[in-house]
Design a protein around this ligand. Structure first.
Ligand code: G1P
Length: 304
C-alpha cells in the first residue's frame, strides 16, 4: 500500500471453523460463535463492527460440519412472514438487521483445521488484490461512546497506507496465550511493529503487548501465507506470515479505544454478558437487581 493513498477496506474475513472445545458440551451442537451475549450471538457483534467500519463483503471461513453460522445469516422467509402477519414489527426488524441489504455474506470451507493462517488463506479467492480485515469473534470489543475498533484501525490503515494489528497490554505471565509484538515507541495510539512472535514463553517475550483479534492486512499476506511453514502447535500461524511481512512493509500496532472481552474463555463470556445486560435498555435495572440479590445471597456485604 502506498502511504497516505491506501484504499479503504471493504472486505472482512471471519475465521469460524474452530471446534470450540473449551465450551463443551454447549458447543457439541452450537458453534461457539453462536453463543449469545444477551440476545445476539457473538458473531453478530463482530459482523456489526465490520459493517460499521465500512465493509460490505463478509467472508466466513467455516468447516463442512458447521451450518449454523450460514443458516443464521440466511434469509428466514417463514419466520419473517409470520412476524409480519402477527404485527411484530420490532422483532421483524431485529431479524432483518442481522445482515443489512447492501452487505453480502460469502462462505468458504476450510477443508482441514490447519490453523488461523491457513483459514485466512482460504479467503484469498474472495479477497483478491485489496486490503482486508480479519476479525476473530471470540474477542468482543466494546466501545460504548465511539467508533468500533475496526473502524478506528481502518482509518489508520487508510491514512498511513499500512497494515494495522490491534494490541493491548496483558500481564507478562500471559504472553504464552497471545501473539506478542515489539514496537517503536507509541505515537498516541500506534507504533511501528519491529517484531512479532506467536505465544512466546514469558521468559523470552519481547514485550507484554498482545495481539487481539482484529487485523487490517494487505493482500501480500496471502503469498507469504502460501510459504508459511507450520509453527506453534504445528499450525500455520497468521503471526508467522505477519513476521515475514515486516521487512517489506509498514505494519502498525494499534491500541484501540474500547474494552475487550475474551469470549473464548468462560469468565470473558460471563463478563461480557454482565456488561451488556447492565447496558441493555430493558434489562439494565432487573440485571442490576439480580446481581445485587445474588451477591447478598452469597453473603457479599460490600459489592464494589
Ligand atoms: C490467535 C492468534 C494470536 C492472537 C489471538 C487473539 O490465537 O494466533 O496471535 O493473540 O488469536 O485472540 P488463538 O486465540 O486463536 O489461539
Amino acid at each position: 500500500m502506498r502511504s497516505g493513498n491506501a484504499p479503504r477496506i471493504r472486505k472482512a474475513v471471519f475465521p469460524v471453523a474452530g471446534l470450540g472445545t473449551r465450551f463443551l458440551p454447549a458447543t457439541k451442537t452450537v458453534p461457539k460463535e453462536m453463543l449469545p451475549i444477551v440476545d445476539r450471538p457473538l458473531i453478530q457483534y463482530a459482523v456489526d463492527e465490520a459493517i460499521a467500519a465500512g465493509c460490505d463483503t463478509l467472508v466466513f471461513v467455516t468447516n463442512r460440519y458447521k451450518h449454523a453460522v450460514a443458516d443464521y445469516f440466511d434469509k428466514a422467509y417463514e419466520l419473517e412472514h409470520r412476524l409480519e402477519n402477527d404485527g411484530k414489527h420490532e422483532l421483524l426488524q431485529r431479524v432483518r438487521d442481522v445482515l443489512p441489504e447492501h452487505v453480502r455474506a460469502v462462505f468458504v470451507t476450510q477443508p482441514e483445521a490447519r490453523g488461523l493462517g491457513h483459514a485466512v488463506l482460504c479467503a484469498k479467492p474472495v479477497i483478491g488484490d485489496e486490503p482486508f480485515a480479519v476479525l476473530l469473534p471470540d474477542d468482543l470489543i466494546w466501545n460504548r461512546n465511539g467508533p468500533g475498533a475496526l473502524a478506528q484501525m481502518a482509518d489508520l490503515a487508510q491514512h498511513q497506507g499500512s497494515s494495522v494489528i490491534a494490541v493491548e497490554p496483558v500481564p507478562h505471565e500471559h504472553t504464552h496465550r497471545y501473539g506478542i509484538v515489539a514496537t517503536a515507541p507509541f505515537d498516541g495510539r500506534h507504533g511501528l511493529i519491529g517484531a512479532i512472535v506467536e505465544k512466546p514463553d514469558p521468559s523470552v517475550a519481547p514485550s507484554n503487548l498482545a495481539v487481539v483479534g482484529r487485523y487490517v492486512l494487505e493482500p501480500r499476506i496471502f503469498e507469504l501465507l502460501e510459504h508459511t511453514q507450520p509453527g506453534k502447535g504445528g499450525e500455520i500461524q497468521l503471526t508467522d506470515a505477519i513476521a515475514a511481512l515486516l521487512p517489506e512493509r509498514t505494519v502498525n500496532a494499534y491500541r484501540f479505544a474500547g474494552t475487550r472481552f475474551d469470549c473464548g474463555t468462560h469468565i470473558g463470556l460471563v463478563e461480557a454478558t454482565i456488561r451488556f445486560a447492565l447496558d441493555h435498555e430493558a434489562l439494565s435495572e432487573p440485571a442490576r437487581q439480580a446481581m445485587l440479590k445474588a451477591l447478598a445471597e452469597l453473603g457479599v456485604q460490600d459489592p464494589v
